[in-house]
Design a protein around this ligand. Structure first.
Ligand SMILES: C[S@@+](CC[C@H](N)C(=O)[O-])C[C@H]1O[C@@H](n2cnc3c(N)ncnc32)[C@H](O)[C@@H]1O
Length: 389
């Protein structure tokens, strides 16, 4: 079967996330075709499996099944009395799809249902694409379908959406949790999910965030079935993360996962904690260090240098501790910031952070994985590193 995936804003990051999740969860053969605006996956796995894996992702807007013929999508609804449906068009030639043309296709589908005595209602996209909120609020996927037309390089094919991003859950994680510390910086929940997915770990593994702050990485890890260790130099952050986990557990079913959140200063590691960590089975680290307060205009270069020196110190110490913990099979997904300064962008080289015992994942070496809004002053570069054997 062939599936389509529509990535979010940071294509390379989404692509790496999907490769990691699919290759660590699907054991049968599969094949990807990477296009600039969508990704196709050929796999013998059924739609339920693919939709379930999609629901773990942070970097994708929707996924669905590819169809050769629109009629097949309509035929599938034959046992329903009432159908809600909509259309989205992904294309490099939007002028081929004026609103009137989309409405014409929607009316034709409505007529096809009428001729089969099925009553139907359609949702008109505001532009070419139905918004995720429109799909969710109108129960389009439960009560009918979203037909997706892909028209690129004069090649047209169709799809039916299987699942859309759970925007309500992401927004809840971002805005509704009881504890947050904006001055320290909060990781976007979608990026935290992508980072944890880049670890490519089996469900039930243990993930450690040594700079947990308000606990975004612990929260998304627990949701996706991982055990969590979270630590921070700040006792307030540790209490806040615990509160946020309790809040999550009260509204979300967390299955067979455990957590331990504790105070720990990466720059002055307490040897007792290091000894305790040695007894745990951490398989991965995902974290974002302290990167300074929120920035609204380009920085003076000396300020960026100071912030980067702090990031370098935090990571060099962290990786030294990781060597002391003597982990074997082990991966880390880390954020390294770049700052926009009066003299251009400044960052810190990974060589300064990592000893020779660590290497960047070979399939990601040349990739520029980052998360950034067009106007932001801080760019988050994402690196996936593992320990050399
Ligand atoms: C950018 S915040 C992490 C944000 C977190 N990912 C979230 O989404 O809320 C960085 C955190 O690093 C912590 N931190 C700073 N210096 C530290 C140190 N030496 N050891 C451990 N944590 C430290 C800060 O207290 C802060 O909570």
């Amino acid at each position: 079967m062939k599936y389509f995936f529509v990535p979010g804003r940071n294509y390379d990051l989404s692509k790496a996330e999907l490769q990691s999740v699919i290759s660590s969860n699907i054991k049968s053969n599969f094949n990807f075709e990477f296009k600039p605006r969508y990704i196709l996956l050929t796999s013998s796995e059924g739609p339920e499996v693919i939709a379930r894996l999609f629901n773990r992702l942070g970097g994708f807007i929707s996924c669905g099944l590819v169809y050769d013929d629109i009629d097949l999508v309509i035929d599938e609804q034959k046992d329903k009395n009432k159908v809600t449906f909509g259309i989205s068009v992904h294309t490099d030639t939007p002028r081929k799809y004026p609103k009137a043309k989309i409405k014409e296709v929607l009316d034709q589908i409505k007529d096809a249902f009428k001729s089969r005595d099925i009553s139907s209602r359609y949702i008109i996209p505001k532009a070419l694409l139905l918004e995720t909120a429109q799909i969710i609020h109108n129960d389009v996927l439960e009560k009918g379908f979203e037909l997706v037309i892909f028209d690129f390089d004069s090649r047209i094919f169709y799809g039916k959406t299987l699942a859309v991003q759970d925007i309500n859950q992401f927004s809840m994680l971002e805005y509704d949790k009881p504890y947050t510390d904006k001055e320290m910086g909060v990781l976007p929940a979608k990026l935290a999910t992508i980072m944890v997915n880049l670890l490519g770990l089996p469900v039930g593994s243990t993930v450690w965030d040594p700079f947990c702050g308000s606990g975004t990485i612990p929260l998304v890890s627990l949701i996706n079935g991982y055990n969590v260790l979270g630590s921070d130099i700040s006792a307030d952050a540790v209490e806040g993360t615990k509160k946020n986990i309790e809040w999550l557990a009260s509204s979300n079913k967390l299955n067979n996962v455990g957590f331990n959140i504790f105070v720990y200063d990466v720059l002055n590691p307490d040897n007792r904690v290091v000894r305790d960590l040695r007894k745990t089975s951490i398989q991965g680290i995902a974290c974002e260090p302290f990167m300074g307060p929120p920035q609204f205009k380009p920085l003076a270069p000396y300020k960026a240098e100071k912030l980067l020196a702090n990031v370098e110190a935090l990571y060099s110490n962290l990786f030294e501790v990781l060597e002391k913990i003597r982990l074997t099979e082990f991966k880390a997904v880390i954020v390294v910031p770049s700052y926009k300064t009066f003299n251009g962008w400044m960052t810190v080289s990974l060589n300064k952070i990592l000893s020779k015992k660590w290497r960047i994942d070979s399939n990601l070496i040349e990739k520029d994985l980052h998360w950034k809004r067009s106007d932001s002053i801080i760019k988050r570069n994402i690196f996936v590193v593992s320990k050399k054997n």
